[in-house]
Design a protein around this ligand. Structure first.
Ligand code: R5P
Length: 294
């Protein structure tokens, strides 16, 4: 018997997964004691059960982390069997080195906490840049899926005469694959990041942009600076329209307004983080990940 639960961020996906794998869905009560200590209570008996916790780390990454640890430990305290974390968006992966002296490599801390509390993890496009694979930080089985085929199919079905842009070298891997599925050309821009809020873009691989519908693909849109600069560049090269598609839409610090101002006419995100731009559903992809063992 499998029980699926969520801890505040991914209820819709969790219920979708439960339906697809014919498991039951369990509500969890999470609140605080009068002194601020966390309170967590399951609404079902989990003794002897495999439990799947579906929880995106956004919004509220710190709270999500703690809720996951509390839930996983509570399942074990009650005699539950395997605890699987399905994290559609996994936070902290961008902090994969100490960029400045004294900085905490927080991805390692996040992984250490999960290694201690859950038995396996399934996630989507976890920003593996300097880490070659999840094995670099996870000792538990960790499945990393990609939303490339979903994004490629979206472009193929919805955008005429597209050209795909990867706004930096790291994103070119996704852009190239998405372009293959959408059966169109792709290019890469070179991003120079002067600070977290100041980036510049230059086209590296020459393609005809004039008259085309440019589609910028990235794993994460956070402040929106990367896509905004790429959009301005695409427009200056003659793109008719610019669409931005991402796996994880964080959209912090007025990102949406910034993107619109930069000439982006449509913004589409996968529903790894719940947001009004969600246009691509990852539920079936996550179900396929649950069947994989690594
Ligand atoms: C960077 O390596 C990522 O792939 C994204 O390009 C980056 O996280 C986007 O951040 P922002 O929206 O703040 O420019």
């Amino acid at each position: 018997m499998v029980i699926v639960t969520s801890l505040g961020n991914s209820e819709k996906i969790a219920k979708g997964i439960a339906r697809k794998i014919k498991a039951s869905y369990m509500d969890v009560k999470i609140s605080t004691f009068p002194d601020g200590d966390r309170y967590l209570q399951f609404k079902k008996n989990v003794k002897g059960q495999n439990v799947i916790i579906v929880q995106s780390f956004q919004p509220n990454p710190q709270e999500s982390m703690l809720n996951i640890i509390f839930a996983a430990e509570a399942i074990k305290q009650q005699g539950g069997k395997e605890v699987c974390l399905v994290a559609p968006y996994l936070s902290y992966m961008r902090q994969d080195k100490a960029f400045n002296p004294g900085e905490c490599i927080s991805s390692r801390v996040m992984a250490k906490l999960l290694n201690n509390s859950v038995d396996r993890i399934v996630t989507i496009d976890p920003h593996l840049h300097r880490y070659k694979s999840m094995k670099a930080i996870f000792t538990i089985p960790a499945v990393d899926l990609t939303a490339n085929s979903l994004m490629g199919t979206y472009v193929k079905n919805k955008i005429k005469t597209p050209v795909i842009i990867g706004p930096d070298w790291e994103s070119f891997q996704w852009a190239e694959e998405v372009a293959k599925i959408a059966e169109c050309e792709s290019t890469v821009f070179e991003k120079t990041r002067y600070s977290s809020r100041h980036v510049e873009e230059k086209m590296i691989k020459e393609v005809v942009m004039k008259g085309k519908h440019a589609v910028i693909i990235d794993d994460i849109i956070s402040t929106g600076h990367t896509i905004a600069e790429a959009a301005k560049k695409a427009k200056s090269l003659g793109a008719r329209t610019v669409t931005a598609i991402c796996v994880h839409g964080l959209f912090v610090e007025g990102a949406l307004e910034k993107l619109k101002k930069a000439g982006v006419s449509k913004i589409v995100s996968c529903n790894t983080i719940s947001h009004k731009t969600n246009g691509i559903d990852v539920t079936s992809l996550l179900v396929s990940g649950l069947k994989k063992r690594k």
